[in-house]
Ligand binder design. Structure first.
Ligand code: TRP
Length: 335
């Protein structure tokens, strides 16, 4: 039986935080170790240009995210790990799909609609600040996925619509030009925790409430100390289920450790003590990877080498598929 193809992209804006680790990176690395799965994980740097027009930040984020995945032990002999922009077949396929994608479909994309709504609410022109990149973002994402005939695409809930659009576009292409693409499915894992951030809302770069994954030890401690709690004194029972400290604890702890911490909350553990233990738990789990991360960032040439090997493996798939797709649409040598 051929292996299931699992593919996902990570937009290269920002520095990975605990929420990215728990919600995406950790489960993806675990999935890549399964024998029945061929995983494709890539740095979506073309997608980064949609949100970020600062070249220094895009480049820095690409380096940091690549180093993060490698430091956490992604086995690149097993998973195909590459940078989107190293696979020129992707933007080419994107154009062919653009010519088959309905404009009306793009009008319905949440990310685009949210920007229009914000403009209208602010009394601006509906198209204010909206680039064609944002508008056709779902088509680039479809190209990423269809290029490798992925079966499953692990994503957050906010991305489900994009996978449905990729299916739609693929079906339309297949219907017109013949069966070239697998129809992908979104894989949303409800068991994976969505971490809360410092202020108790979802941990997200857009809220500025994140705890970066590889902060130096001292800063990690400081950051954890900033998690918002309430005014309950040591000795007063505390509610584990509404506590961000407990929620993050649970994402890193064994079931036994979680049960013990729940008891400690009921027994009135001091916030300072709970945070100290949380720091130790996280620090023990990421300490070794943090050293690797720092070593990798000190040797960027090695990161680049790994990505080049990944690009070659990716292109072994993308080149022949694109060749077929080109011929199917009538782009081929004259004979
Ligand atoms: N748009 C996705 C995000 O912001 C990242 C992404 C780009 C992606 N291409 C993809 C995810 C293809 C899955 C498959 O999270």
């Amino acid at each position: 039986m051929s292996k299931q193809r699992v593919l996902t992209g990570i937009t290269t804006t920002g520095t990975p935080h605990l929420g990215n680790y728990v919600g995406a990176i950790r489960p993806a690395i675990a999935a890549s170790e399964r024998a029945d799965v061929q995983s494709f994980y890539f740095l979506a740097d073309f997608h980064a240009l949609i949100k970020c027009h600062d070249p220094v930040l895009v480049h820095q984020s690409t380096r940091e995210i690549a180093a993060t995945w490698l430091a956490l032990g992604l086995d690149t002999d097993n998973a195909i790990f590459y940078r989107q922009s190293d696979v020129p077949e992707i933007p080419e396929l994107c154009w062919m799909l653009t010519c088959m994608a309905a404009k009306g479909l793009m009008n319905r994309a949440h990310a685009y609609k949210a920007s229009v709504d914000a403009n209208v609410a602010a009394g601006d022109d509906a198209d204010f600040g909206i680039t064609m990149g944002l508008y056709s973002y779902p088509i680039l994402m479809a190209a990423d996925i269809l290029m490798f005939n992925a079966n499953k695409v692990p994503v957050g809930k906010d991305q489900i619509q994009h996978i449905e659009m990729a299916r739609d576009i693929a079906a339309r292409f297949n219907h017109h030009y013949g069966e070239h693409f697998v129809l992908p499915e979104a894989l949303v894992d409800d068991n994976v925790a969505v971490l809360q951030g410092l202020d108790g809302r979802k941990m997200s770069k857009s809220y500025g409430n994140t705890i970066p994954l590889f902060l130096p030890e001292k800063q990690l401690k400081k950051s954890i100390n900033k998690i918002v709690t309430n005014l309950l004194e040591p000795g007063q029972p505390k509610d584990a289920d509404t506590s961000t400290v407990f929620q993050i604890w649970q994402a890193f702890a064994t079931p036994q450790q979680t049960a013990d911490m729940r008891q400690a909350f009921a027994d009135g553990i001091a916030w300072g003590e709970a945070k100290k233990q949380l720091f130790e738990l996280i620090n023990n789990q990421v300490g070794e990877a943090r050293e690797k991360y720092e070593a990798l960032l000190a040797n960027p040439a090695h990161i680049e080498e790994v990505l080049q090997v990944g690009a070659e493996k990716a292109r072994a798939h993308s080149k022949p598929l694109l060749e077929k797709v080109r011929a199917a649409v009538g782009i081929k040598k004259i004979h």
